[in-house]
Design a protein around this ligand. Sequence first.
Ligand code: PLP
Length: 381
Amino acid sequence: MKRIYMDHAATTYVDREVVQAMLPYFTEHFGNASSLHSFGREAKAALERSRGVVAKALGASPEEIYFTSGGTESDNTAIKGVMYANRNKNHLITSSIEHHAVLETCGYLQERGIDVTLLPVDKQGLVSLNHLEDAITEETGLVTIMHANNEIGTIEPLKEIGRITRENDIYLHTDAVQSFGKIPTNVDDLNVDLLSISGHKIYGPKGVGVLYVRDGVEIEPLLLGGGHERRMRSGTENVAGIVGLAKAVEISQREMKKESERLIRLRDRLIERVLEIDDSWLNGHPTQRLPNNANFGFGRVEGESLILRLDAKGVAASTGSACSSGSGAPSHVLTSIGLTTEQASGSLRLTLGKCNTEEDIDYVLGVLPEVVSDLRRISAI
Ligand SMILES: *Cc1c(COP(=O)(O)O)cnc(C)c1O
């Protein structure tokens, strides 16, 4: 059976070119980047080349790039690290639709005495600048707002958010895990001070990520030990992973413009045709959204059944409904944009990627209406 992967927001395959770039760093160039001998120096050189590639893609300098174990660690380090280093500030601001890596970290700090403001979003998932301005106090040390949402694809007005945080002398962190490689993420254009990236969302390996920290930002490390990454992240560097991530970054920058245009065409055709299904709607913003994200709601349909039916037809998709996340609660993103529990339960996220073609879209458009009406028939009985 034909298998179609449309869950690129969950993870991507690793690009062949990336695998090729990584391989020598498992075998002949296996050195520890801290060692003084030639094996170590080879690893160190690869590490610093990789840092340069990532810095260039972000419009940053290499000294502002730290390699981590992924998006989750980057988010944790940014938020805890800044709040721990700036103890005179006791307030942080985030949004209600952040990834769990951000929300759980903010919740952890809240339990330990830090005031946390969760900004609401509108029906399309946008944070309001007025709400942000109203939330800022003398105590605010950090604002953390994602660049683009992983479930509904909404792109937040970071540049304008950054203008506000600048004026108020507050650090701004953004989780750019979903946006990096799909839309421009120059740190100066976005007015951000800290930014998180993950390797496995951009056709790179799992277990490796980046935290950008603007020069001069007061931040503490989470991991202590041998003082790697200029004392910001101890632990022997994952050289092969970092080389792979840098290769994935390089490819994404080379292909971004063309690939994003292609994805937007596929996405818009998918959206237009899926919305012809009775009692269906689009979750997220109609235009301010990631090139590869389509998130639909279907009335009288249970998301998990939908995913399983689609999987049986070879289509890998995702839902924000109750059980798929294992939490027993509907997606916090979908309820934040005003959906009822029932509406949120009938959601379908299709996230496109480099391997998806026009034919894949046709195939999904061919099977989806029938799957939806089948499920509605069953639920009516
Ligand atoms: C996947 C994801 C993360 C977590 O990244 P990992 O590398 O899997 O830890 C964080 N934020 C967003 C928005 C994501 O999509």
